[in-house]
Design a protein around this ligand. Structure first.
Ligand code: ASP
Ligand code: MG
Length: 417
């Protein structure tokens, strides 16, 4: 017996039948004796529809009204799930973000959670009432409704799990866990039993779309054990009723992972573009002159490679930006030409970043060189490399994405047998 937060995403609550199915999952946990809070998303497609309404009414709409509108999708689902639970005889009530209250800053449309002080919520769930909470929404310092950015109900769930001191946060979704890589590219991808917070953070930010990145950061900071599992399993199947180890992936502290693999997963991100500045002056202040204006223009620079010049007069600088910022980045650099004094600028949009991730890398030498050799054997040229303690990323031509991911997946023994 413990305290659980269960989160159900848009596809899991897409229609009334699925909401009934969700209610059966909730009931199973209640019957097992747990104290339960549930966090729900809007029904699939609903938030997009509401965002569209805002745009159509006026492209220059007030962000506070945007939040007022788009937060409504979650409010509907929370009420519907509470009703579904009532009709199964489960004691439940719905909660909006402001009723908890889940307090955020005033960044409407992408607000950050400041605090969740919720004695009443805790009192209710400990008395056995299921709390059905509208995800994605909070209340700002101006007393107005805020939303946490697209995909934000994951973050609501983890934050609430931290606030009520839950034993686990179960993220029910349309996949049964986190995989070693994208199963659409590698049929031999394997579901991971456990992933360390840090690894998941890398995988999430590299496009493993299972969880909002901020929810993983939050789980890591507060030590919320987060379990990714499928909502499409039969809620009353014998495998789930009274199951100690249901199918899914636990995101947890690395100390909880007994068998540490050197490499845990291979991720890729297509949202990359490369820019190279040729024959830049090799003198103090040049990197600042390049990257300062890009930061001011709100362009997120990811990989950066700079050479040591042969004659200490000029060098090349290569970096990557999100593909959607490519033109803006080029224009920003060109506007700085007087300052930076480069010979010419080259760029490529058809590039992809492939990353090898694993906490075991900290204590294993040769992981990077193995990757480079394997890619070379496939004739895949590496345009740029960056590494961290637990990650190696290479930038390659997009045409080789699948080959590179498959090659690395087999190389590190991640294929299912
Ligand atoms: N409904 C919101 C969205 O679609 C939040 C979420 O589902 O996590 O972005
Ligand atoms: Mg989501």
């Amino acid at each position: 017996m413990g305290r659980l937060v269960l989160k159900f995403g848009g596809t899991s609550v897409a229609d009334l039948d699925r909401i009934r199915n969700v209610a059966r999952h909730v009931k199973r946990e209640v019957d097992a004796g747990h104290e339960v809070a549930v966090v729900v998303s809007a029904m699939a497609g609903e938030t997009n529809k509401l965002v569209g309404f805002c745009r159509d009414m006026s492209p220059l709409h007030d962000a506070r009204e945007y939040d007022q509108i788009v937060a409504s999708g979650e409010q509907v689902t929370s009420g519907l799930l509470a009703i579904a639970l009532h009709s199964m005889g489960v004691n439940a009530r719905s909660w909006c973000g402001w009723q908890i209250p889940l307090r955020t800053d005033d960044a409407h449309g992408a607000a950050r959670i400041d605090s969740i002080d919720c004695p009443l919520l805790i009192e209710r769930i400990s008395s056995g009432q299921v709390a059905v909470i509208a995800g994605f929404q909070g209340i700002g310092p101006d007393n107005r409704i805020t939303t946490l950015g697209r995909g934000g109900s994951d973050t609501s769930a983890v934050a609430i799990a931290a606030a009520v001191n839950a034993d686990r946060c179960d993220i029910y979704t349309d996949v049964d866990g986190v995989y070693t890589t994208d199963p659409r590219i590698v049929a031999k991808a394997r579901r991971l039993e456990k992933v360390a917070y840090e690894e998941m953070l890398e995988m999430a930010s590299l496009g493993a779309k299972v969880l909002q990145v901020r929810s993983v950061e939050m789980a890591m900071v507060h030590g919320v054990r987060t379990f990714v599992r499928s909502s499409f399993d039969d809620p009353e199947s014998p495998a789930l009723v009274g199951a100690n180890e249901p199918v899914g992936t636990l995101i947890c502290d690395e100390d909880e992972i007994v068998e540490k693999n050197t490499v845990t997963g291979i991720a890729y991100s297509k949202d990359e573009a490369q820019i190279t500045l040729r024959r830049v002056q090799d003198k103090p202040g040049v990197a600042a002159a390049v990257f300062g204006p890009l930061a001011d223009a709100n362009i997120n620079v990811d990989m950066i490679v700079q050479n040591v010049s042969e004659d200490s007069s000029t060098t090349d600088i290569t970096f990557t930006v999100p593909e959607s910022d490519y033109n803006k980045a080029l224009a920003t650099i060109e506007a700085q030409r007087g300052e930076i004094e480069y010979a010419n600028v080259e760029g490529a949009r058809d590039v992809v970043k492939v990353s090898v991730i694993g906490i075991g890398m900290r204590s294993h030498a040769g992981v990077a060189s193995d990757a480079f050799r394997a890619l070379a054997q496939r004739n895949i040229n590496i345009r740029a490399i960056t590494t961290s303690e637990i990650k190696i990323s290479v930038l390659i031509d997009a045409a080789y994405t699948e080959l590179a991911v498959r090659t690395l997946h087999s190389l590190y023994g991640l294929d299912t047998q």
